[in-house]
Ligand binder design. Structure first.
Ligand code: AMP
Length: 195
């Protein structure tokens, strides 16, 4: 299996690039943000609880997102692999993911980190807020709170995977096609290594 974590702060392009990568490589897209928004849409108890955190720009508790990912892994036993988008966002989530994948006799192949300057992130998110219907994109205070959460809780996840030599930085500013080309090159190298 090829299991990729698309890493990077909010607004770095993880969702856009994941959508293209799953088509090219036949992988399954697992976005915890999308899964949580579906729960909110369906007004489930989990969704209503998560919404409070999301509206404040804070991370949802680890056990909630780990449980969601665990059931999605179980639901797709025969896939060629996964693209994890927006997960793991804490070291505890990364450790839990490693354990879940070990149980399935697989592991993370690489963590590809989209590097984008902070002023560009804020511009991109506020711009997306004009059309996405996402209230957490439309409010500058919430956007900034999400970036603070990223620095405090998510950035350390990079060290977790760097320890195993799995962490790669990718220039995340440029056109969507240019960035897709850089990501594809990394994934092609992994696929070749596995043949
Ligand atoms: P995203 O769509 O990835 O930008 O996520 C939107 C919001 O969902 C985040 O600001 C968090 O509140 C929540 N969220 C998404 N993924 C996670 C995660 N892995 N851990 C905790 N909270 C998450």
């Amino acid at each position: 299996m090829v299991n990729i974590i698309l890493f990077g702060p909010p607004g770095s392009g993880k969702g856009t690039q994941s959508a293209n990568l799953i088509k090219k490589y036949g992988l399954i897209h697992l976005s915890t943000g999308d899964l949580l928004r579906s729960e909110i849409e369906a007004q489930t108890p989990l969704g209503l609880e998560a919404k409070k955190f999301m509206d404040a720009g804070q991370l949802v508790p680890d056990e909630v997102v780990i449980g969601m990912i665990s059931s999605k892994l179980d639901a797709n036993p025969d896939t060629r692999g996964f693209i994890f988008d927006g997960f793991p966002r804490t070291t505890a989530q990364a450790e839990a993911l490693d354990k879940l994948l070990t149980l399935k006799k697989t592991s993370i192949s690489a963590v590809l980190s989209l590097e984008v300057p902070e002023d560009e992130l804020i511009k991109r998110l506020l711009n997306r807020g004009l059309t996405s219907g996402r209230s957490d994109d439309a409010n500058e205070d919430v956007v900034k709170a999400r970036i603070v959460e990223y620095h405090n809780k998510t950035a350390p996840v990079a060290d977790h995977y760097a320890k195993y030599g799995k962490f790669r930085k990718i220039k995340g500013s440029g056109t969507i096609d240019e960035i897709f080309g850089l990501l594809s090159k990394e994934i092609d190298d992994l696929v070749v290594e596995r043949v």
